[in-house]
Design a protein around this ligand. Structure first.
Ligand code: ZN
Length: 440
């Protein structure tokens, strides 16, 4: 009989599938109903394998059939890894996102150890996760964060579609030195640290938390590695499309929402219309607010709202609460200089490499070289000090009222960063400072 997912379940297939499912079951951590559905599937496969009935005589109930379809790929692949036919590393996100060993550890011990720290602002090493996943850290980090706050089970999100969506988004990130899926994973993880350790989280709904995480996931997807100004100056198609307004950010939101709308990816399609529209509206608002052009107004609005309404977001009217969500994600987006120095220095190298590549293009195209993009002239320590003092620090100071614990850690790191950059000799950056070849 032709199965709905295009496979025929003869005795042999059932046998193979069952053995894969058993290994997978041992590692699976999910809701009670998911565990039950997997047990039903296993029992059905066992009887089918013994030949006690044919699939036509006793069809699988609908719920279990959905699980069989959703998970078959995953447990079959998992079983291959178990038998040593493949390395979990590099090809693992699809599996790593939903499987743990009995002890609560992820399959790959190093990846497991890192993902266990996903709620820790200082300890989590996103570069390590990128290395362990062959440069694809976004999917496992996003899954870890969604599961960490029980959003997959509470909102009953279909995991197969969710995984498809995350994989599609990760594929759509370009291989830029800075604006790549490692940066997106870093922003998602920063948000997880804020959620885990601060009082404002209790004032958010599950849908608000989901929207914020998804906004972080897509917030730079398809980034071309050049600034909005460059796109305007070169008459890029995207500048025409978006009338020179937040060109990159409009593009990220549009690409992200298009990927979500694909039926194989749309894991929120079952939400009631009003909730679906809320998620879409919130994500778009947050992504557009990542444009640095709106930075000063966002900080000013949040500070004024906090002064007027106090720190309990439940008391804020809808529109102002949306601004707070935008501010929190914006802090995560520009938060890498507020991470421990060993990580923030890597981010500096990456952003400067991307800026300088743009400057080189501008020079080749006889355009004026943008201020932070000229490798012959930019004083990196000075530009970092300016960014820290005038952009990053005010953001985290404003965030203190909502997220005191993480803001305190971030402000301490900012201070360490400031001392580091003050000690650096003020000289023009040379191209050799930035090992482009080492970047993914
Ligand atoms: Zn970003």
């Amino acid at each position: 009989m032709e199965h709905a997912n295009g496979t025929t379940f003869c005795k042999e297939t059932a046998k193979e599938c069952l053995s894969a499912l058993r290994s997978f079951q041992d590692q699976f951590v999910g809701s009670e109903s998911q565990v039950e559905a997997l047990k039903t599937v296993a029992g059905w496969l066992e009887r089918l394998q013994r030949g006690s009935f044919s699939e036509d005589e006793e069809p699988l109930d609908e719920n279990s059939r959905v699980y069989l379809q959703s998970y078959r790929d995953q447990f079959t692949r998992f079983s291959l890894f178990e038998r040593g036919h493949g390395e979990l590393v590099g090809d693992s996100p699809k599996v790593a996102g939903i499987t743990r060993e009995r002890s609560g550890q992820w399959r790959n011990p190093a990846l497991a150890a890192e993902l266990e720290k996903v709620e820790d602002w200082d300890a989590f090493d996103v570069f390590k996760v990128a290395a362990l996943t062959g440069g694809r850290p976004l999917q496992p980090v996003a899954m870890a964060v969604l599961n960490c706050f029980d959003l997959v089970s509470t909102l009953r999100l279909p995991e197969k579609k969710l995984q498809n969506f995350l994989r599609g988004v990760e594929d759509a990130y370009l291989n830029n030195p800075y604006h790549n899926s490692t940066h997106a994973a870093d922003v998602v993880q920063g948000l997880a640290a804020l959620f885990a350790n601060n009082p404002f989280t209790a004032q958010l709904t599950d849908l608000e938390m989901l929207s914020m995480i998804l906004a972080c996931v897509i917030h730079d997807v398809g980034h071309p590695g050049v600034t909005n100004e460059y796109l305007i100056n070169t008459n890029a198609d995207s500048a025409l499309l978006y009338n020179d307004q937040s060109i990159n950010e409009n593009g990220h939101a549009a690409v992200g929402m298009q990927l979500l709308r694909k039926s194989s990816n749309n894991f929120i399609e079952a939400l009631p219309d009003e909730e679906y529209r809320f998620v879409r509206r919130t994500i778009i608002g947050i992504v557009l607010a990542t444009d640095m052009v709106g930075h000063a107004k966002l900080v000013k609005d949040t500070t004024a709202n906090l002064r007027q309404l106090g720190p309990d977001l439940q008391k804020w009217p809808e529109e102002k609460k949306q601004r707070a969500l935008q501010m929190i994600v914006h802090c995560c987006d520009i938060g890498n200089p507020a991470k421990p120095l060993k990580y923030s220095l890597q981010w500096t190298e990456r952003i400067m490499a991307e800026n300088f590549a743009q400057g080189d293009r501008e020079r080749r195209e006889a355009l004026p070289v943008s201020p932070l993009c000229d490798r012959e002239r930019v004083d990196v320590p000075k530009s970092q000090l300016t960014f820290l003092e005038y952009v990053v620090r005010p953001c985290f100071e404003a965030l203190r009222a909502l997220a005191p614990e993480t803001a305190a850690i971030a402000l301490r790191n900012i201070e360490i960063g400031r001392r580091h950059w003050e000690e650096q000799p003020r000289r023009n950056a040379s191209s050799t400072m930035f090992p482009l070849d080492d970047l993914r």
